[in-house]
Design a protein around this ligand. Structure first.
Ligand code: GTP
Ligand code: MG
Length: 196
């Protein structure tokens, strides 16, 4: 369980992020997939990260201190069509620099919308993670939006596509920011990693 969570700092440059003295877990995924909502759900604080019905809300690397023990990071989304090419390139460089240089990153949580069939952009992104040896897990979001069987079917399809890329299933969690489904499982996973 998370007992204490506070906002630390927002950055555009990984070099200005807090000293990498604690294990770090970051959230990424398509714009609007529910990254900031997941921060709030896991910490039990609806106002910690800013969320929005419109994609493109989070635009910086946002660090949160959890239980004085580890960093949670809310990142901007990828695949947001409504920004200019130059802004998109700046964001992509900011995120890829962060992901490839942040030495204390224990696991990148790649959020996947559980309502959808496997999306090309998500598969391309996890392929990129594999190529850059970035340790990632999958977090399926918005499971409250449809019945369990639909969620499981979409998860199975995504895992099958991931297996074709990696030869094995990535670790995954199924969550809802609305019902808090998956909260305990994901926090337990992170806390076990922090202990190591
Ligand atoms: P960007 O910062 O723009 O990249 O988006 P984000 O991935 O941080 O998404 P955000 O958390 O802002 O959520 C986007 C929208 O989805 C908001 O309207 C949320 O209320 C909604 N949402 C997020 N998670 C869930 C969920 O688990 N269930 C439901 N029903 N809605 C969700
Ligand atoms: Mg956000």
């Amino acid at each position: 369980m998370i007992k204490k969570a506070s906002f630390l700092i927002s950055n555009t440059d990984y070099k200005k992020c807090p000293a990498p003295t604690k294990p770090e877990f970051a959230f990424i995924g398509r714009s609007n997939v529910g990254k900031s909502s997941l921060v709030n759900m896991l910490t039990g604080n609806k106002n910690l990260a800013k969320t929005s019905g419109k994609p493109g809300k989070t635009q910086l690397i946002n660090h949160f201190m959890i239980d004085d023990n580890w960093f949670m990071v809310d990142l901007p989304g990828y695949g947001f069509a409504k920004v200019s090419k130059s802004i998109k390139n700046t964001w992509e460089k900011m995120i890829s620099d962060y992901l490839t240089n942040r030495d204390n990153l224990v696991a990148l949580c790649v959020l996947i919308d559980s309502r959808l069939d496997p999306q090309k952009i998500d598969l391309e992104f996890i392929t990129w993670c594999g190529q850059h040896e970035i340790p990632f897990i999958l977090v399926f979001t918005k499971s409250d939006k449809q019945g369990k069987s639909k969620t499981f079917a979409n998860v199975a399809k995504f895992l099958e596509a991931a297996r074709e890329i990696f030869g094995e299933d990535p670790q995954y969690f199924i969550t809802s920011a609305q019902t808090t489904d998956g909260k305990e499982e994901l926090i337990n996973f992170i806390e076990a990693e922090v202990q190591e």
